[in-house]
Design a protein around this ligand. Structure first.
Ligand code: HEM
Ligand code: NFK
Length: 277
């Protein structure tokens, strides 16, 4: 094939003056011009890109969880399984990404930490959205977003709907199990334990063949929480490695706060059922 400038390359289209190109389709102009370091420190670009890519993967996780919720509500479990598997894989991707950030030493981080002011991952609204979607709903954590009506609307819309775990427990009810009052929500938005919900899951786990879809759903949720826990663990370990026991820019005590978050359980009866079998 001959292009009008006379050059060819393996039949590839070479003239994009009037066609949609790779960059056009992906809005790379915007994405690749969205890194604005505030210092001259070499590692600040790593820090920014690490967070931006994490936020992009979180955007996809939110998209998948919301779609999975719709499917569960419609008793359409197979597509929900596929989406939940994808969410776990996204977290696996986020977990591997810590290896890149860990190449940054404490001295290298100190070179630009002051430039971050009081900004912190604590203010990641997409991270909160994922926690809220899963079922961990601490309303105090809406506060850092009170100044932004668009984000507040988005988070409140998520809070207005049942969470992933509520949908799973409702599915138990629709399959004839007695779930009592359903999943227990503690005053701080974390999940407590219901004996009835535990007993229902125990029945499912005692006879997986009979309740295969509920069993598969439970295992998808456990998989998701497993990867989510690994993310929290990688985060706190990286933080300790980089800033030790310093207070966080977001105002918390730092590592001790993050260690406490390791104890949060998203789907309590699904973990306890293992002991009950
Ligand atoms: C050197 C790297 C990092 C350090 C030193 C660090 C430090 C911290 C600290 C100290 C906190 C507690 C809140 C505060 O007071 O600031 C925090 C929270 C948080 N960080 Fe990071 N972080 C790092 C990397 C990341 C990355 C790559 C992400 C990915 C998006 C992230 C997301 C978060 C989130 C979501 C929270 C809130 C956790 C919660 O409330 O449970 N952080 N971080
Ligand atoms: N909380 C961190 C700062 C930090 O890590 C951060 C700052 C701005 C944007 C994202 C961040 N990442 C995770 O918390 C610190 O105390 O050093």
């Amino acid at each position: 094939m001959t292009e009008k400038n006379g050059e060819t390359h393996e039949g590839a289209v070479l003239d994009f003056s009037r066609r949609m190109s790779y960059s056009n389709y992906l809005s790379l102009e915007k994405v690749l011009n969205a890194q604005h370091p505030l210092s001259t420190a070499h590692d600040e670009l790593l820090f920014i890109i690490q967070h931006q890519t994490s936020e992009l993967w979180m955007k996809l996780a939110i998209h998948e969880i919301r779609a999975a919720l719709k499917c569960l509500r419609a008793n359409d479990l197979q597509p929900a399984f596929k989406m939940l598997s994808r969410v776990a894989r996204i977290f696996e991707q986020l977990n591997s990404a810590w290896d890149v950030l860990r190449t940054m030493t404490p001295s290298e981080y100190t070179d630009f930490r002051d430039a971050l002011g009081q900004s912190s991952g604590f203010q990641s609204w997409q991270y909160r959205a994922i926690e809220f979607l899963a079922g961990n709903r601490n309303l105090t954590l809406l506060k850092p977003h009170a100044h932004d009506p668009d984000i507040m609307r988005e988070l409140e819309a998520i809070l207005a709907e049942p969470a992933l775990y509520d949908e799973a427990v409702q599915l138990l009810a629709r399959n004839g199990f007695d779930i009592g009052e359903g999943s227990v929500v503690n005053p701080d938005g974390t999940r407590g334990e219901s004996e009835k919900v535990l007993e229902a899951w125990a029945e499912v786990y005692r006879d997986p063949r009979r309740y295969w879809e509920l069993y598969e759903l439970a295992e998808k949720l456990i998989d998701f929480e497993d990867y989510f826990r690994r993310w929290r663990f990688n985060h706190v370990t990286t933080v300790e490695r980089v800033i030790g026991m310093k207070r966080g820019t977001g105002g918390t005590v730092g590592v001790s706060y993050l260690k406490r978050m390791l104890e949060v359980v998203l789907f309590p009866e699904l973990w306890r059922v293992r002991t009950a079998l």
